[in-house]
Design a protein. Structure first.
Length: 457
């Protein structure tokens, strides 16, 4: 009997669906089908590819509410977040469609002739998407890869395959060629590994843990295969004494509680300059305690459950281990069925404690004091990660100095925004390799071919 994936509702623990799990043979067949579809797709005029992707975007737009409700059921996201995610897929397809007709090469001055570069599609792209943002992160790679003339085989996370499967159906409804965009639910060590190992896959895009990212990078090296890796994070939220404390404290909770803290960009290390440390905690504590945690379908809910029992156990373990040193500030969470954990602040922990330097991936943040600008930068860079971060100050010079000094790919000043489809996204250090999104997204899915044409008689 074929192996099945069991999709649970994280808020109730009820079974939502069972989905057949792909085997290596399924992956092999899908890649072969994708290769055939890709050749015909790449031969289309760029304007025709753009029109097809805009039709796909329009169909997604007509199904935003359906996709959002499906995301709530399989991932436990709040309804508002899920609607944004479905809309983001639509927007990414529209944005990438615009790039299909602007994927320009260059003319390079050389003696004796004309030299031009041509950007050609890679072929078949394998995308391994995570469970924390199943729809948008899958689209981060899928939309520009398709726009650049590639085919995509997407393996969604084991716990969240349903929205990806529905998007593949909508692609066909929009008129995209059969087999151009295929979704293969399956287990990482089986279907994911087969996708990474397959010689017919020209590039792998992976979002997930640093541990698994390293394994994929090592496997890809054997075939000199391209990879883009978006991995872990332990992002700082730096609050200087001259900041607007009320604004910084009001923004801090959802900077680490959005999506129940299951976000690589979550600002889980709140660094506060010592003269305003106590006052900041006075402002932050009631904001944490008032966060509404509950039914994801309730419009008032700000935070839902964690994705699984395993993730709940992981988060609990970090907080339990920290309890010896930490003072704990907690919000409220439902009791009973579901993978619930309350919003939690840890204060008084050593700066090198596991909870202060390792990615917890839950609704937990540590608050650490710092002395001056140099000390803030030291603490901010005291992890192997470098994905995102925030700097709160009224001093524009300090904001610029700190932005240059903090080793992270995405920084915000007096804000916690990290991801916009118009701008590049990616990390330093063990937060990953490569950049996604932004005006150069399509070029990451192309090869540069150089052609010299002699003009000498």
């Amino acid at each position: 009997m074929p192996h099945e994936l069991h999709v649970l509702n994280p808020a109730t623990e009820e079974l939502v669906a069972t989905v057949p799990a792909a085997t290596p043979a399924d992956v092999d067949a899908a890649v072969a089908r994708a290769a055939g579809a890709q050749r015909a797709w790449a031969a289309l005029a760029p304007a025709d590819r753009a029109r097809a992707l805009r039709r796909f975007a329009a169909v997604v737009d007509a199904h935003v509410e359906e996709l959002a409700l499906l995301e709530v059921r399989e991932a436990g996201h709040t309804l508002g977040n899920a609607r944004w995610e479905a809309g983001n897929v639509r927007d990414l397809l529209d944005y990438a469609a615009g790039g299909a007709e602007r994927l320009n090469g260059r003319q390079i001055p050389v003696p004796g002739g004309l030299d031009i570069t041509i950007l050609e599609p890679l072929g078949v792209v394998g995308v391994i998407a995570p469970w924390n943002f199943p729809m948008p992160i899958a689209a981060w790679a899928t939309a520009p890869a398709l726009a650049a003339g590639n085919a995509v085989v997407l393996k969604p996370a084991e716990t969240t395959p349903l929205t990806a499967l529905r998007l593949a159906e909508l692609a066909l409804e929009a008129g995209l060629p059969e087999h151009l965009f295929q979704v293969l639910p399956g287990e990482g060590p089986v279907a994911g590994a087969a996708l990474v190992d397959h010689p017919g896959v020209a590039k792998v895009v992976f979002t997930g843990s640093t541990r698994v990212g390293k394994q994929i990078m090592a496997k890809a090296a054997d075939q000199v295969k391209r990879v883009t890796l978006e991995l872990g994070g332990k992002s700082p939220n730096i609050v200087f004494a001259d900041a607007d404390l009320e604004a910084a404290a009001a923004a801090a909770p959802m900077a680490f509680l959005d999506n129940s803290g299951q976000d690589c960009c979550a600002r889980t290390r709140i660094l506060v300059q010592r003269p305003v440390y106590d006052r900041f905690l006075e402002l932050l504590t009631p904001a944490i305690e008032e966060i509404v945690v509950g039914d994801p379908l309730d419009e008032r809910t700000q935070m839902g459950p964690l994705i699984s029992r395993a993730q709940l156990d992981r988060v609990r373990a970090y907080v339990t281990d920290a309890a010896e040193h930490a003072e704990t500030i907690r919000g409220k969470a439902p009791e009973g069925p579901g993978f619930w954990f309350p919003p939690t602040l840890l204060t008084g922990v050593p700066e090198d404690a596991p909870c202060a330097v390792e990615e917890i991936f839950g609704p937990v943040a540590v608050v650490l004091p710092f002395e001056d600008e140099a000390d803030a930068i030291r603490l901010a860079n005291a992890t192997p990660y470098g994905l995102s971060g925030s700097i709160w100050t009224r001093d524009i010079g300090r904001a610029l100095r700190a932005s240059r000094a903090v080793r992270a790919g995405n920084l915000s000043v007096n804000s916690h925004s990290s991801v916009r489809y118009w701008t590049p996204f990616g990390g330093f250090g063990q937060s990953g390799l490569g950049r996604e999104l932004g005006p150069d997204a399509l070029t990451a899915f192309t090869e540069t071919k150089n052609v010299f044409i002699s003009t000498e008689a």
